[in-house]
Design a protein around this ligand. Structure first.
Ligand code: C2O
Ligand code: CU
Ligand code: CU
Length: 484
């Protein structure tokens, strides 16, 4: 029902994310300033950024942590003094963080307490097909399903989110997203900042109506940036190093984040640690929807009582302003024994590729916009690629929407099951954000990216798609089957 309402009411802009003016939109009035809300008037950067709670296992065995989590509706205070109805994992927005360890299995049973079907996908996870959250593998209302995550992959910043057929965009938009952090064996030997100094931060846009309810409509009206579920919050920090794991959990918006003059080392990307830290002080961090970056940010040069901003540069809404989205408020000194070693984790060898494929992502814009991969909309009953287990393949993925009747349209590329390496872009070297093991990369209009992946361990059906979720929900998704 969400889908019909969404596709029925929302115009082309909602699906393509091109931000066109739309006539009869279910929009509502723009959000009143936070200080106009009910309750205590509060200006920007006066609400504390929450850190998502860490989920506790209900049981532990020698090799397994067992979790249970409800998928349920909750009214939450995303904006000061206002209750917003959300879809949640366990009642929080962002949902609870699952902290896993490399080599230690996790079992999570999700119980669906919503009136509609959902499912759960572990984004970036190397998991058996029946635990991957295939779009047709749904948890009906009142039902539950157990997912198995072996965590036989290097430590990495993953996240989990809804992936139900045609509904993932709205479900994630309304709240079904959370972190899943795998700690690598090797990370236990490093002295990277840990515990309260290791902070996952999910950033995404949203539109609220005058009553403070989330509107899933024209993306150009998503003018509120939520940072761990709060608009313009502050985060109290000690004057020391922090590990910050940033996730762009927007369904469409690309972010361009910047820490100003704060010293920043990039230590990892989607699939885990880089071979060595990269000094990225002062540089932008462009993040496509679904991408992550793992950083160590040093606040030790700041005086207690001072503040520093994380800024975002508005994109695709045609709004190029640089605006602060989060303030770090230095409120104490603290001992800092953490250390970023000069070498982190070697990347796996690139075995020679035996198969080359070409994929083009585009829209059919006649009538209801339909997302396509190689000219076809997603069909859950159709296998688009058969991939031999163990094979190494190079995929050239092209954005075919450089010149549509609505102008150029941005896409991204996300692959399930395997992390990939970016070989090049249009024959030129990869972007800084393409470094390391990746599962999600931006795909600007008219460009192509070559990625290489090795498909190990599991047989069965897995997805690849544009991670602008309104695009995948509209069909821009394909299915591969791993076979022997
Ligand atoms: Cu994060 Cu197939 O998705
Ligand atoms: Cu995924
Ligand atoms: Cu797309």
């Amino acid at each position: 029902m969400f889908r019909r309402r969404f596709l029925g009411l929302a115009g082309i802009a909602a699906v393509t994310g091109v931000g066109l003016p739309v006539g009869a939109m279910a929009g509502g009035d723009p959000l009143p300033p936070a200080s106009a809300g009910r309750g205590a008037p509060k200006g920007p950067f006066s609400v504390r950024m929450p850190v998502p709670p860490t989920l506790r296992p209900v049981a532990r065995t020698d090799d397994t942590d067992v979790y249970r989590l409800d998928v349920l509706a909750a009214d939450l205070e995303l904006l000061p003094g206002v209750r917003t109805s959300c879809l949640t994992y366990g009642g929080s927005f962002v949902g609870p963080t699952i902290r896993a360890r490399e080599g230690r299995r996790v079992l999570v049973t999700y119980r669906n307490r919503l009136p509609e079907a959902v499912n759960v996908h572990l984004h970036g996870g190397h998991v058996p097909a029946d635990s991957d959250g295939h779009p047709m593998q749904l948890i009906d209302p009142g039902g539950e399903r157990r997912y198995e995550y072996p965590n036989r992959q290097p430590g990495a910043t993953l996240w989990y989110h809804d992936h139900s057929h045609h509904a993932e965009a709205e479900h994630v938009y309304r709240g079904l997203h959370a972190f899943y952090l795998i700690e690598g064996e090797d990370e236990r030997r490093h002295d990277l900042p840990r515990d309260e100094y290791d902070v996952p931060i999910a950033i995404r846009d949203a539109e609220f109506d005058a009553a403070g309810q989330l509107v899933h409509g024209d993306p150009a009206k998503r003018n509120v940036i939520l940072v761990n579920g709060r608009s313009k919050p502050y985060f109290p920090v000690a004057a020391r190093k922090y590990r910050l794991r940033l996730l762009n959990s927007s369904s469409l918006r690309f972010l361009k984040l910047n820490f100003g003059s704060l010293p920043v080392l990039q230590i990892g990307s989607d699939g885990g640690l880089l071979p060595a830290p990269v000094d990225r002080t002062g540089t932008d961090f462009p993040l496509a929807a679904g991408e992550r970056v793992d950083l160590v940010v040093d606040f030790s040069g700041l005086a207690v009582g001072s503040r520093a901003a994380l800024t975002n540069q508005g994109q695709y809404t045609g709004d190029d302003r640089i605006e602060p989205v989060l303030q770090f408020a230095v409120d104490r000194r603290a001992r800092d024994r953490s250390d970023v070693p000069a070498t982190l984790r070697p990347l796996p060898e690139l075995p020679p590729a035996t198969v080359h494929r070409e994929l083009t992502l585009s829209f059919d814009l006649n009538g209801t916009p339909t997302g396509l991969v190689n000219g076809q909309p997603f069909d859950p009953d159709r296998v688009d690629q058969r991939v031999r287990r163990g094979a190494t393949e190079i995929w050239t993925v092209t954005n075919g929407d450089s010149a549509t009747k609505y102008g150029p349209i941005q896409h991204s590329f996300h692959l399930h099951l395997a992390q990939f390496r970016v070989l090049d872009r249009d024959g030129r070297p990869p972007l800084p954000g393409d470094a390391g093991l990746k599962d999600t990369v931006p795909l600007p209009p008219g460009t192509s990216v070559r990625v290489q992946a090795t498909f190990t361990d599991y047989l069965g059906r897995y997805m690849y798609h544009c991670h602008m979720l309104e695009h995948s929900s509209a069909g821009m998704m394909g299915q591969m089957e791993i076979v022997d």
